[in-house]
Design a protein. Structure first.
Ligand SMILES: C[S@@+](CC[C@H](N)C(=O)[O-])C[C@H]1O[C@@H](n2cnc3c(N)ncnc32)[C@H](O)[C@@H]1O
Length: 266
């Protein structure tokens, strides 16, 4: 399966910022409590983006760990490296395409994570197989991704505004099915944890900012919606009107993120 996807620094930062401002819960705290990292661990975060999870691991362990982040986007890696230099944290941020063999030795890591990224993998058994290969026996894999009921209102509003079917999202359409079953087939113990985070909007502007950063033409996932120039702004206009109608009716828009955390032991 070819995944037409490209993340931009600006859109990722915007979505992280809106989660922080409008979400009721802190996903980093949930994840850190769940994974209970051990001091001195050798850790790899795959699809690290600008380093969000790497920095949270570093802070939780007070720097007592060897942490590497890998991503395919040079822009996002550069952001992570700049932040690492600013903090003097000494982590490594390396180019890694999870559709290709990982340049790490067998059994090299105690802990491998992949947060909101694994579902962009084109060949699921291959990518999970690589993660499994580089994890030591008894070591763990942790992944996060959207469950099928994730952000229901977001998709409902787009359907209402456009009368178009939503293109299959590589995350919510595959994460809890194909990815979970592949992880179960390779690891000897797998726990499934659910994190729900309602984002509450009482005005339409930040909701539309989130929509723009999610549907951005740069991300390609929505390309069937945008055939000619001008389509993007026209669709955003219709979504704004639909979101305003719901806001007028209910006084607020509540978009609940429903995230699955899969914790697997090799
Ligand atoms: C939604 S972002 C999540 C980033 C980060 N983990 C976070 O939570 O902020 C998805 C990430 O997956 C990365 N990605 C997509 N395809 C990839 C691939 N083939 N190999 C490695 N990383 C990839 C993107 O560049 C992006 O950084």
């Amino acid at each position: 399966m070819k995944i037409e996807f490209q993340e931009t620094t600006k859109d990722l930062a915007k979505r992280i910022d809106i989660h922080n401002k409008f979400g009721a819960r802190d996903i980093d705290a949930w994840m850190l409590d769940l994974i209970n990292l051990q001091p001195g661990s050798k850790i790899l975060d795959v699809g690290c983006g600008s380093g969000k999870q790497c920095f949270s691991y570093y802070d939780r362990l007070n720097g007592n760990a060897a942490i590497t982040g890998g991503d395919v986007s040079e822009n996002l890696l550069q952001q992570a490296r700049d932040e690492d230099a600013r903090r003097h944290s000494g982590m490594k941020f390396v180019h890694l395409d999870f559709n290709k063999p990982f340049e790490f030795a067998e059994n090299e890591f105690d802990f491998v994570s992949c947060c909101f990224a694994i579902y962009y993998a084109e060949n699921v058994p291959f990518t999970i197989g690589e993660m499994h290969r580089i994890t030591r026996p008894g070591g763990r894999l942790f992944t996060t991704g959207p469950m099928p009921e994730n952000k229901k209102i977001f998709y409902d509003i787009i359907r209402e505004a456009t009368n178009k079917p939503i293109p299959p999202m590589p995350g919510s359409s595959r994460y809890s099915s194909e990815f979970l079953s592949t992880i179960k087939s390779l690891y000897h113990k797998v726990e499934v944890h659910i994190f729900e985070n309602p984002l509450t909007f009482t005005s339409v502007e930040p909701y539309i900012e989130y929509t723009r950063a999610s549907m951005s033409e740069d991300r390609k996932l929505w390309s069937t919606f945008f055939q000619s120039s001008g389509d993007f702004e026209n669709i955003i206009h219709s979504i704004t009107e639909a979101a305003k109608r719901r806001l007028d009716q209910d006084g607020r828009l509540v978009m609940t993120k429903v995230v699955g955390g899969f914790l697997a032991t090799k």
